[in-house]
Design a protein around this ligand. Structure first.
Ligand code: ADP
Length: 183
């Protein structure tokens, strides 16, 4: 059963390998179970469809986020909960998203770059070290830590379940989603 709830955009930001996608995927069944209308917008998935034509220049990265923001805006204003997982390393970009969408909630998915490199889920850090790619935020480009995230998870100190539960609990406490029904 779908329950009554407002639209919002949970915007997960963090380094490659910090855990954005993993946490969003872990949250999905929990929220669906509670009757929340939900869509996931993921950086890697979007780049295979909506923004397949774009590369990784500064301009293309900005355009990528602009298109995604547009979709997040349409969904959130129609009472859908959006889980958006994009590195979005710059405060200015994140502020643009905040201004555009309905009910922006920032989740800082935090882990030291050394830990992310050790995980190297997509092999991107190895490619950087081999000189095959450049412009990797956290290494030769900065990652600007969110100054006032709504939610801060530290994935080098928490399990996936703990991080996901932290976000869910925050959403409940701030009444974006109803608490689970206990019988
Ligand atoms: P991102 O989407 O930020 O690039 P991924 O979610 O693809 O990162 O990869 C994160 C990796 O870190 C996964 O292998 C995941 O199992 C691991 N991990 C360890 N602890 C956590 C945690 N608390 N939250 C999320 N991921 C974690």
């Amino acid at each position: 059963m779908i329950v009554d709830h407002p639209g919002f955009v949970l915007w997960f930001t963090g380094l490659s390998g910090a855990g954005k996608t993993t946490i969003a995927k872990a949250m999905l069944p929990i929220l669906q179970e509670r009757g929340i209308r939900i869509e996931r917008l993921d950086g890697d998935v979007v780049r295979e469809s909506l923004t397949k034509d774009l590369g990784f220049t500064k301009k293309d990265r900005d355009t990528n986020i602009e298109r995604v923001t547009f979709v997040a805006k349409l969904l959130s204003r129609n009472n859908v909960a959006v889980l958006a997982t994009f590195m979005s390393p710059y405060e200015g970009t994140r502020n643009m998203v905040r201004d555009e969408v309905t009910n922006y909630i920032e989740v800082f998915v935090d882990a030291p770059v050394e830990v992310c490199e050790e995980r190297d889920v997509k092999g991107i850090y190895a490619k950087f070290r081999a000189g095959e790619v450049k412009n990797l935020n956290g290494l030769d480009l900065p990652y600007e830590d969110p100054q006032q995230p709504d939610i801060h998870v530290e994935t080098h100190k928490e399990t996936v379940e703990e991080s996901a539960a932290k976000v869910i609990q925050w959403l409940e406490e701030h009444q974006w989603i109803p608490a689970p029904v206990t019988s």
